[in-house]
Design a protein around this ligand. Structure first.
Ligand SMILES: Nc1ncnc2c1ncn2[C@@H]1O[C@H](COP(=O)(O)OP(=O)(O)OP(=O)(O)O)[C@@H](O)[C@H]1O
Ligand SMILES: [Mg+2]
Length: 403
């Protein structure tokens, strides 16, 4: 039974989620047992540097190489620590740290205003190929841990003209689908993303869909950081937001933005819902005389309403139940607002379906690495927009593996 480590640090840049799992089965028989899960925060200086780079800070090539290796070192350390007290792992699947994500297509977010006018629109590379960049190179993780490592999962999907995201829906499909219920698995990380799982009959797997819904926690975290002068990094349980009142007029205004209207496939990141976006929200909130608590409630409502609106606009039918995962599933105010806005749809967490909501994304990258190892494609072309199902990830053997 393969023992695999999944590693990911998402758009929140809060730390590396590590999951050590035992995997059996490959598709509908897929089962994952979580032997250990932990989050390893980045050293403060490294976190700051990553956030600066994500916000557009310039780096020399030498600095880029150093940052790549510094992140790989942290990932390797997380892989070593998660194994303590367990038998050694056979394989690592490391998503790495996204520092740049430019989805395919000119009409998503900033891309519609930034196109070069030197070429006709349809000849610009961004019109037909996205660009996505994760740091923490897998070859170094393999060498430092002595364990075969799969990394750079998004590149092959992007090369096949996909968004490169989301990549978890095929894993979600085999872990959570039900013979009777239509469900959504809603991850609320820095960014929100869903997997829609129709009830399992007929060609159900071809009807699985998913996309990025917009901001998850990024804007909330930026607001808390701003209002506390950096002494707090997130709104614990959503308590601060719960003490405010959302400004519906602002939420409506924000929801009219292009990203929320565009039909899937679509993906996004801090490039759109990052610092510049938050600064605009802050200024608009001030114009409405919102208190910090009101702005937090309003930003929480943006996350909630963008999720619900995208279900209503783009799903074949509303789900009977939603299973939440990611750090945002621990934000009780957000969860309560989502349940309210979803009306009759049941809102639970993936914990209640037997899969840790804190480590579901890390678990998914362990499964994707396992599939890569077996030669099984990991993307769902309908989800990412890729022209075919492809093997995801580059495989790296440790230095002494061949000797
Ligand atoms: N108890 C809590 N109350 C409120 N928010 C929480 C709580 N615990 C975690 N969070 C939020 O969740 C965020 C981290 O979530 P998570 O690790 O799932 O995001 P991520 O790293 O962006 O992941 P990914 O992009 O892979 O989905 C934190 O930055 C914080 O905003
Ligand atoms: Mg995280």
């Amino acid at each position: 039974m393969p023992r695999v480590i999944g590693l990911i640090s998402g758009t929140s840049v809060d730390g590396i989620d590590a999951a050590l799992v035992e995997i059996t089965g490959t598709d509908i028989d897929l089962k994952v047992e979580l032997l250990a899960g932990a989050t390893y925060p980045y050293p403060e200086k490294l976190k700051e540097q990553i956030l600066e780079v994500c916000a557009g800070a310039a780096l020399s090539m030498a600095e880029l190489a150093e940052l790549d290796d510094a992140i790989a070192l942290q990932f390797a350390q997380a892989a070593r620590e998660i194994q303590i007290g367990h038998h050694p792992a056979d394989l690592i699947g490391s998503h790495g740290q996204t520092v740049y994500h430019r989805p395919k297509g000119l009409n998503v977010g900033k891309l519609n205003v930034e196109g070069s006018n030197l070429q006709p629109a349809n000849l610009q590379p961004s019109a037909f190929l996205g660009y996505t960049f994760q740091l923490g190179r897998g070859e170094l993780i393999a060498h430092l841990t002595g364990i075969k490592t799969v990394s750079n999962f998004r590149a092959a999907d992007v090369a096949a003209q996909g968004q490169g995201a989301p990549l978890v829906p095929k894993v979600d499909a085999y872990l959570f689908s039900s013979p009777t219920q239509h469900q959504c698995i809603q991850n609320i990380g820095g960014i929100g993303n869903l997997t829609y799982l129709p009830a399992r009959h007929g060609n159900w797997i071809d009807r699985v869909c998913g996309w990025d819904t917009g901001p998850g926690n990024t804007l909330l975290d930026l607001a808390v950081h701003h209002f506390t002068g950096g002494s707090q990094t997130y709104d614990q349980d959503g308590n601060w937001a719960a003490s405010g009142t959302p400004c519906d007029a602002l939420v409506e205004q924000w929801l009219s933005q292009d990203f929320f209207q565009i039909a899937p496939p679509k993906s996004t990141g801090r490039e759109l819902f990052g610092w510049d976006y938050f600064k605009q929200c802050l200024a608009q909130g001030e114009a409405y005389n919102l208190t910090p608590a009101d702005l937090l409630a309003t930003l929480t409502e943006l996350t909630v309403r963008s999720i619900v609106m995208s279900y209503q606009s783009f799903l074949p039918q509303m789900p009977q139940r939603v299973l939440l995962c990611g750090g945002g599933s621990r934000n009780l105010y957000l969860k309560q607002r989502l349940a309210y806005q979803l009306g009759s749809t049941q809102v639970l967490t993936t914990d209640e379906a037997g899969v840790s909501a804190d480590f579901k994304e890390a678990i998914a990258f362990a499964v994707l690495a396992h599939w890569r190892n077996l030669g099984i494609p990991g993307n769902l072309p309908k989800v990412t927009g890729a022209n075919s199902a492809v093997l995801l990830g580059n495989v790296y053997l440790p230095l002494d593996a061949g000797s």
